[in-house]
Design a protein around this ligand. Structure first.
Ligand SMILES: Cc1cc2nc3c(=O)[nH]c(=O)nc-3n(C[C@H](O)[C@H](O)[C@H](O)COP(=O)(O)OP(=O)(O)OC[C@H]3O[C@@H](n4cnc5c(N)ncnc54)[C@H](O)[C@@H]3O)c2cc1C
Length: 368
């Protein structure tokens, strides 16, 4: 391949979606990825395409999430047409369930604030009506918060569809290419991976928790940290869950996923029985029939988390042409990354709408 117009560094969901969009905009793209030793949130997530809890305190993020949720059906259709792979996207709306009145009230308070800030559509559904929508709830479930914009997809299949499409779009995918240095000479980035060197006028850092280190090479501050989440999955069962619940969803293949914890454990991605037990116990209280299903797998994976939980999208001031894109909801935002963000990077750069996503928001001195 001739030298690419853009090198995307990191081949998880964020990098793959952006590379797909860049190739769709006519760019010659190289996608470099570290390889199998890597930490990859994209291979261990819960696969919600979720709106109801996103963006309190940052209306731009709430809008961005909603734009992605709206773009998802078209994005999934395009992937299917291009690759024949159905990523099983559905948007029936989703629930967060409460096991006490107190929990339900707290949820309502948060969503009310989001509604007032960003016009989030939601309703509190009390037990009698909830039973009609989710007939298998247990006796302790008092109600739930429902948002019609929530949905889910099959995340491993999404990654496969993207990589299949990338090949068809002529993207040069370079696995086992961990980037160890990036230099900037005369407006050109020299990207180094072992003995290989790639020269390109534009780079996009999409290396998840690896972005912090890569960012330093091109004048970008990317304060992300790993945050562990554990997931439990059962054997396949007859369909019973008509809506995804924030901690429980039935996949298109029948298995039930239960998740997912929020743990500060550095780069330790081991499963811990205590957390897995708590996840399963709460899920069984919500849907007692889960108690009779066998658990077939558990795993832990590392989220890519910022201090405030919101994404970072930014172009380097000192190294123009170097972009970073990182977030903790790469499934939800895949459609926005592919259809909305990539065309901007392919064109003139990020619009003013993205100013709020700059890491400069973390550079405020602590209050006296
Ligand atoms: C338990 C859990 C549950 C989740 N649930 C959801 C959910 O329900 N919905 C949702 O939207 N999101 C969810 N997420 C988040 C979602 O998975 C992530 O936002 C998304 O996968 C991040 O993708 P990424 O491409 O930024 O990072 P990653 O998947 O971590 O990929 C980064 C890639 O960069 C590569 N890399 C790193 N350093 C280098 C380097 N120096 N050179 C080359 N390549 C490099 C790595 O090899 C890796 O492949 C969840 C995450 C976890 C852990």
């Amino acid at each position: 391949m001739a030298e690419p117009d853009v090198a995307v560094i990191g081949g998880g969901l964020v990098g793959s979606a952006i590379a797909w969009g860049l190739a769709g905009a006519g760019k010659r793209v190289a996608l470099l990825d570290e390889g199998d030793i890597a930490f990859r949130a994209s291979r261990g997530n819960f696969a919600l395409v979720w709106v109801q809890s996103k963006g309190l305190g940052m209306p731009e993020y709430a809008r961005w999430t909603r734009a992605s949720s709206d773009a998802w059906a078209g994005f999934a259709r395009e992937l299917r047409e291009e690759t024949g792979i159905d990523v099983a996207h559905q948007r029936p709306g989703g629930f967060s369930l409460a096991l006490s009145e107190d929990e339900l009230e707290r949820r309502d308070t948060t969503l009310k604030r989001l509604h007032n800030q960003s016009d989030l559509p939601y309703e509190i559904v009390h037990r009698a009506r909830l039973l009609k929508m989710l007939p298998d709830i247990g006796p302790e479930v008092v109600g739930g918060a429902y948002c019609p914009l929530d949905g889910h997809a099959n995340s491993p299949r999404l990654l496969r569809a993207l990589h299949t499409a990338l090949k068809q779009r002529g993207v040069s995918y370079l696995p086992e290419h961990s980037v160890d240095a990036i230099e900037h000479r005369g407006g050109v980035f020299v990207v180094k991976s072992g003995t290989r060197t790639i020269e390109t006028p534009r780079i996009v850092l999409t290396a998840g928790n690896g972005n912090r280190k890569l960012g330093e090479m091109v004048g970008l501050d990317v304060p992300v940290r790993p945050q562990r989440g554990q997931i439990v999955i059962t054997e396949k069962a007859a369909p019973f869950l008509n809506y995804p619940v924030v901690t429980i969803r039935q996949t298109d293949e029948g298995g039930v996923m239960m998740g997912d914890s929020l743990e500060e454990a550095g780069f330790d991605d081991r499963v811990g029985l205590g957390v897995v037990g708590t996840i399963a116990e709460r899920a069984v209280r919500m849907f007692p029939l889960l108690g009779s299903l066998n658990v077939v797998r558990t795993w832990a994976a590392l989220r890519v988390m910022t201090q405030d939980g919101f994404p970072i999208y930014e172009e380097s001031k000192s190294h123009p042409g170097a972009f970073v894109a990182t977030c903790h909801s790469g499934v939800t935002l895949a459609a926005a990354h592919a259809k909305l963000l990539a065309p901007l990077i392919a064109g003139g750069g990020l619009s003013d709408d993205f100013t709020a996503f700059s890491a400069k928001r973390f550079h405020v001195p602590p209050a006296a």
